[in-house]
Design a protein around this ligand. Structure first.
Ligand SMILES: Nc1ncnc2c1ncn2[C@@H]1O[C@H](COP(=O)(O)OP(=O)(O)O)[C@@H](O)[C@H]1O
Ligand SMILES: [Mg+2]
Length: 448
C-alpha cells in the first residue's frame, strides 16, 4: 500500500472540520491554493490521492483543472463541489473522464472518507501493477513477450549471434524479423560496429547495383563522385538485407560472390575490395518456393539457409498480446507526454486476445498508437482499437483471460514464496501435485 498522502487543492476557503476528519483517518495532508503548484508537489511528495475542493465551477476553472488532472502519473483525483457544478457539461465530462469520483455539497464526511479510501486502494493497486510489470532488461534482447515461442526464439538468436555465418530470418510481415536481426547484431562481437538495414524491395532496380556495391566516379552518367555503397558502409558490423526475396537475379549473383569471397567490386571499378561484413537476411515469402519457381538462386539460398530462424506469427503466441499492448501503450503515452489514458479496459484485452493479428506485432502497435491518440476515456475500449468483441469471440476471450490469470497467480505466488512449491501450493489452495501439473501446463520451470 502507498502512504496515505493527500494533496488538497483549495482555490478558495478551507472547509472547516474536514481537516480533522482526514487526519483522524490517517491521511497526511498537503495543501495548495494554486493549481500550478500541483504537479511539482505531487511528484516530490509521493502523493497517492488529490482532493480538489471547489465552491464554484466555471469554464476557466474546468480548463485549468483539465490541464493538471489529465496527465496521470498514478495519483487518483476526487473532487468536492456544489451540486449545480455538475450542470456544466464541460466540468461533468472532465469528472467522468479523469476523476476517480466526486462528492457534492453538503459535505458528508463519512461518505467522502470512504471515497478517498477507495481511491487510495486503487492508486496502491495500480502502483503494485506498475512495479510487477516485467522489466524488459538485457536478457529480453529488446523483444517483449514471455511465451514459450518467444523464449525459443531468444535462445536461437543467442546461438546464432555468436557465430559469423549468414543468418536467414523467416516470418510473416510485422512479426519482428528486423528486431530479431538487431538482436543478433547486438548479441554479436560486431555490436559496436554499424547495423545497416537495406530493404531490397525498395531499391530502384537501375540503381541497385551501385546502391549496394558502390561506384567509382565517372562510371555512369551522374556518377560525379566515388560512392561507398551500403555493403561497405556496414564495414565491421552487420548488413541486414530485408525482403531478400525481392533482390533482382543479377544482384543475387553479385551478393553470392561477396558472401563467398568477402570482397566487393564497385560499379566501374577494376579492383576487388575486401569487406568485413556479416549478412543477416529476412524474407516474408518462402524462399524455397521462390527457388522452385526460378525466382531465387538456389546456391544463394543454401548459402543463406545454413543458419535460419523463424519468428512465429503473433496469433501463435497470443499470450504475448497483453504484454506487447502494454509496452506499446507506455511507449505511445511517453511520446505524447500528456495523456489521460491509463491502460486497457477488460473488454479491450478480451478483444485483442480474440483477434487473429494478420499484420502481427506491427498491426498491434498501429492499433494501440491510434487508440491512445483517439480515445476519449481513461481506459482504451475495443472501439478505440477498431476491434469488435462479439459473443462468439467473448467465449474465446474469457478462456484466454482465465488461463492468463491462472498463470500470473502461479508466477506471482512462486516469486513471493521464494519459489517454494509447498508454500506456494498452500497459498494457492491446491495440492503440490496440482501445482506441479499447472506449472507444467503453463511451462513455468520447477525450482531447481
Ligand atoms: N517482440 C517484440 N517486442 C517489441 N516490439 C516488437 C516485437 N516484435 C515486433 N515489434 C515491433 O513491431 C514492429 C514490426 O516489427 P519488424 O521487426 O519491423 O517486423 P518485420 O521485419 O517482421 O516486418 C516494429 O515496430 C517492432 O519494433
Ligand atoms: Mg521488416
Amino acid at each position: 500500500m502507498l502512504a496515505r498522502r493527500l494533496l488538497c487543492v483549495v482555490p478558495h476557503t478551507r472547509p472547516a472540520g474536514l481537516e480533522r476528519h482526514l487526519r483522524a483517518e490517517g491521511w497526511e495532508l498537503f495543501w495548495v491554493t494554486d493549481l500550478s503548484a500541483v504537479q511539482r508537489l505531487r511528484q516530490r511528495m509521493g502523493i497517492s490521492c488529490c482532493l480538489v475542493l471547489l465552491d464554484q465551477v466555471d469554464l476557466a476553472i474546468t480548463a485549468a483543472l483539465d490541464a493538471v488532472v489529465r496527465p496521470t502519473d498514478g495519483a487518483e483525483w476526487v473532487v468536492l463541489c456544489p451540486g449545480r457544478a455538475m450542470e456544466l457539461p464541460a466540468f461533468r465530462e472532465l469528472v467522468a473522464d479523469a476523476f476517480f469520483d466526486y462528492h457534492t455539497e453538503p459535505v458528508d464526511p463519512s461518505c467522502l472518507l470512504q471515497i478517498l479510501a477507495h481511491a487510495h486502494r486503487r492508486a496502491s493497486l495500480r502502483a503494485t501493477c506498475r512495479e510487477a510489470a516485467p522489466a524488459h532488461g538485457a536478457d529480453s534482447l529488446g523483444m517483449v513477450g514471455q511465451s514459450a515461442a518467444m523464449a525459443r526464439l531468444r535462445t536461437q538468436i543467442r546461438k546464432v549471434a555468436v557465430t559469423e555465418a549468414p543468418v536467414l530470418i523467416g516470418g510473416e510481415s510485422g512479426s519482428g524479423k528486423e528486431l530479431a536481426a538487431q538482436a543478433i547484431h547486438h548479441g554479436s562481437a560486431r555490436a559496436d560496429g554499424p547495423f545497416v538495414a537495406v530493404n531490397c524491395g525498395a531499391i530502384v532496380p537501375a540503381l541497385a547495383q551501385s546502391e549496394l556495391f558502390g561506384h567509382e566516379r565517372g562510371s555512369f552518367t551522374g556518377a560525379l563522385t566515388d560512392r561507398r555503397g551500403l555493403i561497405a558502409s556496414a564495414q565491421g558490423g552487420t548488413l541486414f538485407l530485408d525482403e531478400i526475396g525481392d533482390l533482382p537475379l543479377d544482384l543475387q549473383t553479385n551478393l553470392l560472390r561477396f558472401l563467398q569471397e568477402k570482397t566487393i567490386q564497385r560499379v566501374g571499378g577494376a579492383r576487388s575490395l575486401p569487406v568485413d561484413v556479416r549478412v543477416v537476411a529476412a524474407s516474408h515469402i518462402d524462399l524455397a518456393e521462390a527457388v522452385a519457381c526460378g525466382k531465387f538462386r538456389e546456391d544463394l539460398y543454401y548459402r543463406l539457409h545454413v543458419l535460419s530462424i523463424t519468428v512465429p506469427p503473433l496469433r501463435e503466441r497470443k499470450e504475448d498480446v497483453p504484454m506487447l499492448a502494454q509496452h506499446f501503450y507506455r511507449r505511445c503515452s511517453a511520446d505524447l507526454r500528456t495523456t489521460k489514458v491509463e491502460g486497457f479496459s477488460r473488454q479491450a484485452v478480451a478483444a485483442m486476445m480474440a483477434h487473429d493479428w494478420p499484420g502481427n506485432v506491427r498491426e498491434l502497435f498501429n492499433r494501440v498508437q491510434r487508440a491512445v491518440v483517439m480515445t476519449d476515456s481513461r481506459l482504451i475500449a475495443p472501439d478505440d482499437l477498431e476491434l469488435s468483441c462479439d459473443e462468439h469471440e467473448h467465449g474465446v476471450c474469457l478462456d484466454a483471460a482465465r488461463t492468463l490469470a491462472e498463470r500470473d497467480a502461479i508466477r506471482f505466488t512462486l516469486d513471493r514464496t521464494g519459489r517454494n512449491v509447498t508454500h506456494a501450493a498452500r497459498e494457492l489452495g491446491v495440492s503440490r501435485m496440482t501445482l506441479y501439473r499447472l506449472m507444467e501446463k503453463h511451462r513455468i520451470a520447477s525450482p531447481g
